[in-house]
Design a protein around this ligand. Sequence first.
Ligand code: AMP
Ligand code: GLY
Length: 423
Amino acid sequence: MDVLILGSGGREHALCTKVQHSKIVENVWVSPGNAGTEMTAKNVDLPLKDAKAIRNFIVKENIGLVIIGPEAPLAEGLADQLQAFQELNEVRILGPGKSGARLEGSKSFAKEFMFKYQIPTAQYREFTLDNLEEGIRYLESYPGPYVLKADGLAAGKGVIISENTAEAKKSLSEMLEGQFGAASKKVVVEEFLDGTEFSVFILTDGINYQLLPEAKDYKRIGEGDTGPNTGGMGSISPVPFFKGELKERLIKEIVEPTLVGLQKEKIPYCGFIFFGLINHRGAPKVIEYNCRLGDPETQAILPRIDSDLVSHIISVIDGKPGPEMQISPNSSAAVIAASEGYPGSVEKGKPISGLEDISDSYVFHAGTKMEGKQIMTNGGRVLAISSLAKKPEEAVAKSYENMNKICYEGITYRKDIGKDILN
Ligand code: AMP
Ligand code: GLY
């Protein structure tokens, strides 16, 4: 079977690598892909907003499985559009339609859904410009910290956390006045939850599900979790505290009620659900849903799946629960190398060296491109080094040992990925 993966990040390179390991897969195409996918698979530049162009390619290349990686095309309904083409009746498409993608695409929808199905999450109120005054009074009614979230997709930047009432009031006004464009025309103001964050992923047909390995993401740019939020600067798997009662509660209180809720709302869902969670005083609560795998969580969790991911995906799409996913007891650690200035603006086009010296780790490319034979930086997050080992400290050490071999102007990475769980 030939597979088409849509997207260009580290998540897509990791998916591409895993899919290529499958015995039932012949060719893998990635669109638009990056230098990493160009070296090991085939890149094709399809406009992700043009379902017809994607359809034509699928038909021409006889693609059997399409995996939609990022949230934006899912939220825009690409999965529905592809499914509606008669010519693609026999083609398997992984990723929810527009209605399912609202779990991520609208914070307001997700909160309402969670309250309706009694899924534990932070208390909230929502505001628009029409009731801004009420919003201001609401922020004045409690001491904070305040969590303000743009309702729509804002490339991971739409959440503002502030300790200070005046600052929060200013942020609420700015967001509603269009700080994040249409995404922040509505703002969810949430109760602040303290605790350790972690992420759990399922592969589901909306009824049955497979639990993937869990992960912890390191979101801030700076060591010790300081500085601005990023897409993620590293991730580790497994998460040591995710076991026993916490794991059981997660399944019973969050995963299963989410699937029941989707069924009751008559929302078909075929794809991954990413539960962004917080361990709040021993109880799991949902911080957010995503309708796809995480980046850089994928780079840490996929190497821990021992069974054939493509077989699992096919079973799920066909609605036939297959054998349980085999998960390696080994630990994995992914460390991201970014460009100087990230998550702000960065300079691109710096030659990368040392890639050929990497041993016993994966290099998952993100913002890279090929110029002739030279690989260049091409974005904020450039690549991830991801390693598997018996013990978490060995996985972390291996990733850093290899990261030290990579060289480009302005290379920036956190030196403390996994440190908190090793103590
Ligand atoms: P989100 O995009 O909803 O995942 O939010 C981005 C980040 O903001 C999360 O990863 C958390 O670190 C933080 N955050 C979001 N909601 C809350 C909350 N209710 N309490 C504490 N921190 C939060
Ligand atoms: N690493 C967080 C995300 O993919 O949204």
